[in-house]
Write a protein that binds this ligand. Structure first.
Ligand SMILES: [Zn+2]
Length: 70
């Protein structure tokens, strides 16, 4: 009757992974056009461009699509 239940193994608690933000999201300052990533912005105390402007628009990550030219 003293059946000690085996301690349930925690599910991959030891695995520590850095919190991933949307690193793929790229934002572009509407004033100077400097592109920055969501990751970089999250590091800053406030969302602000190097030029001081705070308005960003979402830009597409620089993925170059290759189109076959016939
Ligand atoms: Zn700017």
């Amino acid at each position: 009757m003293s059946e000690a239940a085996p301690a349930a193994a925690p599910e991959t608690t030891a695995k520590e992974q850095p919190a991933k933000v949307f690193a793929g999201a790229v934002y572009e300052c509407v004033r100077c056009g400097t592109k920055t990533t969501q990751e970089e912005l999250s590091r800053l105390p406030e969302v602000k461009c190097i030029c001081g402007y705070r308005v960003f628009r979402k830009a597409r990550p620089s993925v170059v699509k290759q189109i076959k030219a016939i």
